[in-house]
Design a protein around this ligand. Structure first.
Ligand code: TXA
Ligand code: MG
Length: 326
């Protein structure tokens, strides 16, 4: 489903942003809940709508790398290489911020996160608006990110007047985040762009995270959580546990890559793709669908411990840790 977005939709959305209102828009990772990044009152509305604590900073989206100097104070060589290779795309870079960046955006930190998204609708909106758009994922705090316009409406209902429907997000999980605010690059959040790809582009290794690395609220243990309790486990255990829970009269939802669907009454079964990129693309929609079944437990088959599964494993681990992230 790829909805047609007209230039009138874009012009209207840009006008709303200029007026200090919120606009939900598609990016290739997940949908964003956008506000004019230079308008403190507008940015505060994002936090209010999401129910997100004010000290969790937002990503500023810009149309292209030429706008970076308006936001970042220092851009090291390794960051330039990352920008050249992956912008526009599913990569967010954290820089020392320019003094004029509102504290509301950065949570009062000395750094600012910047992304140039590739989605054509996000690009059109950014160009029509002209400035930076501060946007977290368009979900309520601690909930699963939205990968379709319908998900965004599920999250915010009528309270949000403008949701641009650009169809299902391609990547399906949030951008890779790299800290570029210090001497060495640090991976703050895994995403579809892998550590190996980052290192190849920079021609240098990522540094290990240390106590001084900037805070990433998404790396709270508890995050991206459905309401149904999620348990991550190996495939054969799922079959055993599904039988045992059913015997106790419990209803069970399962997300699994293997075709081992057991004959258990009332079982809600969602088959997940074999391939990591396809899995990521469907992940949040699957979690939402399984959550809506209102089961007592959600059993998720642990994907392989291989590099291309890093970001998916990260999101599943947080979903299993329970509610309460960003
Ligand atoms: O794919 C994405 O990144 C989506 C789309 C809409 O661009 N956005 C997104 O935003 O996932 P959000 O707010 O849900 O997650 C952004 C993460 C948060 O964990 C936040 O703490 C971190 O980025 N972040 C933002 N500014 C930061 C900064 N200055 N230093 C360190 N982390 C920062
Ligand atoms: Mg988020």
């Amino acid at each position: 489903m790829n909805a047609a977005v007209t230039s009138t939709d874009i012009t209207r959305a840009a006008a709303l942003l200029k007026a200090g209102e919120l606009v939900a828009f598609p990016t290739e990772t997940v949908y964003g809940l956008g506000a004019d990044a230079s308008n403190t009152d507008a940015v505060r509305k994002v936090f209010a709508a999401k129910g997100r604590p004010a000290d969790h900073p937002l990503i500023v989206h810009i149309a292209d790398v030429a706008q970076l100097e308006g936001w970042a104070r220092e851009v090291p060589v390794f960051a330039k290489r990352l920008a050249q290779n992956f912008w526009p795309g599913a990569l967010t870079l954290v820089f020392k911020r320019n003094p004029q960046v509102p504290d509301a955006v950065t949570g009062g930190q000395d750094t600012v996160a910047i992304r140039v998204p590739a989605h054509p609708v996000a690009q059109q909106l950014l160009r029509s608006f002209g400035g930076g758009i501060a946007a977290p994922s368009a979900n309520r705090f601690g909930r699963v990110s939205a990968t379709t316009a319908a998900h965004v409406r599920e999250e915010f209902g009528e309270a949000l007047c403008c949701v641009i429907d650009g169809g299902a997000a391609d990547v399906g999980i949030e951008s890779t985040i790299v800290d570029c605010s210090r001497a060495a690059p640090v991976l703050l959040r895994p995403g579809s762009i892998t550590p190996q790809q980052l290192e190849n582009a920079m021609n240098m290794p990522l540094a290990a995270p240390d106590a001084h690395a900037p805070r990433v609220s998404g790396s709270l243990e508890k995050h991206y959580a459905p309401r149904t309790p999620v348990m991550l486990m190996e495939g054969d255990l799922i079959v055993e546990l599904a039988h045992s829970l059913a015997r106790q009269g419990k209803r069970v939802a399962v997300l699994a890559r293997t075709a081992l669907q057991p004959l258990v009454e009332g079982l809600v079964w969602q088959a997940a793709p074999q391939d990591a990129a396809a899995y990521a693309h469907e992940l949040y929609a699957s979690l939402r669908a399984l959550d809506q079944a209102g089961c007592d437990a959600m059993l998720v088959e642990q994907p392989p411990d291989e590099p291309e599964w890093l970001a998916v494993r990260d999101r599943l681990m947080r979903a299993a840790a329970g509610a309460g992230g960003n």
